[in-house]
Design a protein around this ligand. Structure first.
Ligand SMILES: NC(=O)c1ccc[n+]([C@@H]2O[C@H](COP(=O)([O-])OP(=O)(O)OC[C@H]3O[C@@H](n4cnc5c(N)ncnc54)[C@H](O)[C@@H]3O)[C@@H](O)[C@H]2O)c1
Ligand SMILES: CC/C=C\C[C@H](O)/C=C/C=C\C=C\C=C\[C@@H](O)[C@@H](O)C/C=C\CCC(=O)O
Length: 257
């Protein structure tokens, strides 16, 4: 299978998109370290995956991506267990316009932390095997979502950071690709919690609901198929794959050169 022998790590893996990414990775032969703060959901998922794929194919590690020590230890445990890391997906994220510092800490700082830790293990200049990092942004990383300005800022930050890392890697010779997944609305807990996560912008909830009606709402399986496409395309580096109701397409970033 396409990912036989590969070792992956996914954050926010216990539910929603991260759970779907983990399942697709296992379906295609990879081993997967699943990190999440939701311990009960993670343990339950691990039990279910063990039944389908065997206990040696996956690992659940409770981890808060806001903690450098927890994240460092979790990634080291994954490397110790699987021998190396070839794929890292920084997926964990929240929408919370009231506790906005936490949203920045998780959505942006957590992605930066996971990207740097992945590079420590993958960088060919320091004896690593190379690899690929996929950071999960959003369409809100490409355009403003008026009901969630801080969420928009975190996702725009993830986009800019990831693209800069791709350029740095190409010039430096790290041997690591960095790409972005930018899904439209997806039916997960994030959408279910929308009514309580907009804080001072709750009065704009209806405008977002209208956008959802206009764009439609994706199923996680549509996004995880796009994730696999992005993962397997070795030609993609510094790219953002939008996942839309009418299919997936790469965002045409303007050249500033
Ligand atoms: N659902 C959407 O409409 C949508 C669209 C585009 C992008 N996204 C992004 O996709 C990613 C996954 O979101 P989702 O929709 O699957 O939501 P979700 O709430 O279903 O899943 C998010 C997972 O991340 C975990 N998590 C939260 N904070 C964490 C932390 N500090 N450390 C570790 N794990 C943590 C949660 O426990 C949960 O299991 C997020 O980055 C989100 O911004 C979601
Ligand atoms: C309230 C938050 C709920 C879910 C967040 C999740 O990430 C989903 C976001 C989905 C859609 C966001 C759409 C934003 C649209 C507008 O900003 C508009 O500018 C379109 C954005 C990019 C268009 C890309 C292109 O040019 O085709």
């Amino acid at each position: 299978m396409a990912l036989d022998g590969k070792a992956a790590l996914v954050t926010g893996a216990a539910q929603g998109l991260g759970k779907s990414f983990s399942e697709v990775l296992l379906q295609h032969g990879a081993k997967v370290a699943m990190l999440d703060v939701a311990e009960e959901a993670g343990k339950s998922l691990k039990e279910s995956l063990d039944q389908r794929y065997g206990a040696d194919r996956s690992l659940f590690i409770p981890c808060d991506v806001q903690s450098q020590q927890q994240f460092k230890d979790a990634m080291q445990k994954a490397v110790d267990t699987f021998g190396q890391l070839d794929i890292v997906c920084n997926n964990a994220g929240i929408v919370d316009e009231r506790a906005w510092e936490e949203a920045v800490s998780i959505n942006l700082m957590g992605v930066i932390r996971g990207t740097y830790l992945a590079l420590e293990h993958m960088n060919k200049l320091t004896g690593g095997p190379g690899g690929v990092v996929i950071n999960v942004a959003s369409l809100a990383g490409l355009g403003p979502l008026l009901s969630a300005p801080v969420y928009t800022a975190t996702k725009h930050g993830v986009v800019g950071f990831t693209r800069a890392m791709a350029d740095a890697s190409k010039v430096s010779g790290y041997g690591v690709r960095f790409n972005l997944l930018c899904p439209d609305f997806v039916q997960t807990n994030i959408l279910s919690a929308l009514t309580s996560s907009l804080g001072p912008f709750a009065h704009l909830r209806d405008s977002t609901k209208h956008l959802m009606e206009k764009h439609g709402i994706l199923d996680v399986s549509q996004v995880s198929q796009a994730f696999l496409q992005l993962l397997l395309d070795q030609t993609k580096d510094g790219e953002a794959l939008m996942v839309l109701g009418n299919g997936s397409q790469y965002y045409p970033f303007p050249s500033l050169e």
